[in-house]
Design a protein around this ligand. Structure first.
Ligand SMILES: *Cc1c(COP(=O)(O)O)cnc(C)c1O
Length: 416
């Protein structure tokens, strides 16, 4: 049960507490998270507060709130119960999480993480497999701030310590890697960084805390593009930073300094998405693994980049660290040109082409990971297609992809 609250807290006080009992399984937590009475006023879901101005009835109330702005409603930029409920819900998914702040997109959250941690003169290590806009930000933001980004092999593990310098401030991870799905040894990297007093930041969008509780595995600051699996319906952009106690004050202060906040309708939709995250991820994961396994047998597929499959270089680490698979993997085609690829993707019936993933609908995305790399090489026999497996029937999806691969193979002159 949530703590009983009296009238005084009917103002939506954001004091902590009301976290789900430790030990509850993720599906149970998701149903209870962020539903303290001070957020909901007793209905099941928190009301959608449209607010910039909050008002104070007396000078005494005003002075008390000024002295402790987190004790209740203050000004819209500091949030309302709608936003606090979502923040509290995300925080409650990991034992080591102290707090969460929302950002208007995942990319905004990445910027918030860098700005919370990095100072001029700092050296920052980033996995060579990071999301492309992260790389663009390392150049466009970190370098401009006078920091020095350096890329490392995502499979480096604890040997990352060999790259540490006196001025290394942070190690940035994303596991599995964007587009290519290398699994990082996050616990080993975090242990090495912690010994050296270096902050660890991880983009955990692929897994969400349900499949990989990043903070509980040693990460200091977790980034999520909630846009993807948490929202789940391709209709909201939102990001979050969740931090452990040692890093929470900086993250919280920087989010406020930057004026980062989100709209209440978007927060409401994101919280609604969160409720079904466990069952959606199970569906995505089961279908994705089934389809990836089947595609690996097609002669037009040179390689499936999917750590959930036996034989993938990341399979053992994935099995050790992850509670399940999500929706996303890539296939490398066996030769063929851009127009051969068009023969496949232009006539897919159940897959749209588009960026993003995590929605209920299936997507394909032609990608070129090789041209992004700087620390490692990525060579491919033919075009690479990233595939997001949605919530449709997996048999229907597989049939559509196989028909597409057959068209590709015929046009490219590959034997099927
Ligand atoms: C999509 C994505 C982001 C950015 O999220 P937006 O909400 O689209 O800004 C960041 N990291 C990863 C891994 C992503 O897939």
């Amino acid at each position: 049960m949530g703590r009983a609250v009296g009238h005084q807290q009917g103002d939506g006080s954001r004091v902590s507490g009301d976290r789900p009992t430790p030990g509850l399984k993720p599906a149970t937590r998701l149903a209870r998270a962020g539903r303290a009475r001070r957020f909901t006023q007793g209905v099941v879901n928190p009301p959608v507060y449209h607010a910039s101005t909050c008002t104070f009835e007396t000078l005494a109330e005003f002075d008390a709130r000024r002295a402790d702005p987190d004790s209740g409603l203050f000004y819209g930029r500091r949030g309302t119960p709608t936003l606090w409920a979502l923040e509290e819900a995300l925080t409650s998914l990991q034992e080591q999480a102290e707090g969460t702040r929302l950002f208007p997109s995942g990319v905004a959250a990445i910027a918030g993480a860098f700005l919370s941690v990095v100072r001029p003169g700092d050296h920052v290590l980033l996995a060579d497999s990071v999301y492309e806009p992260t790389r663009a930000m390392a150049k466009g933001l970190l370098e401009r701030l006078g920091a020095e980004p350096e890329y490392y092999d995502p499979r480096i593990g604890g040997d990352v310590a060999a790259l540490f310098r006196k001025n290394t401030r942070a190690v940035y991870m994303e596991s599995p890697g964007s587009l290519t799905f290398e699994v990082q040894d996050v616990p080993a990297i975090c242990a090495a960084a912690q010994d050296a007093g270096i902050t660890t930041i991880a983009d955990n969008t692929w897994a969400s805390p349900l499949l990989f509780p990043a903070l509980d595995r040693g990460v200091d600051i977790e980034i999520q593009s909630l846009t993807k699996f948490v929202v789940g319906h391709s209709d909201v952009l939102m990001g979050s930073l969740t931090a452990r106690k040692s890093h929470w004050p900086r993250v919280k202060a920087m989010a406020l300094r930057l004026g980062q906040t989100v709209g209440p309708d978007d927060a409401y939709l994101t919280l609604r998405g969160l409720r079904t995250l466990d069952s959606r991820l199970k569906r995505h994961g089961e279908s994705a693994l089934h389809i990836a396994r089947e595609l690996a047998r097609h002669s037009a597929v040179a390689r499936v980049l999917c750590p959930g499959l036996d034989g993938d270089p990341g399979h053992e680490l994935w099995q050790r660290d992850f509670a399940g698979y999500s929706s996303l993997f890539s296939i490398e085609l066996a030769g063929g040109s851009r127009s051969d690829l068009a023969a496949m993707v232009d006539r897919l019936e159940l897959f749209s082409m588009g960026f993003s993933f995590g929605g209920y609908e299936s997507l394909v995305l032609p990608v070129d990971p090789g041209e992004l790399r700087t620390a490692t090489e990525f060579r491919a026999a033919g075009p690479i297609l990233r595939i997001h497996i949605g919530m449709e029937d997996p048999g229907d999806l597989l049939e559509d992809l196989i028909a597409g691969l057959d068209r590709f193979a015929r046009q490219a002159g590959l034997a099927t």
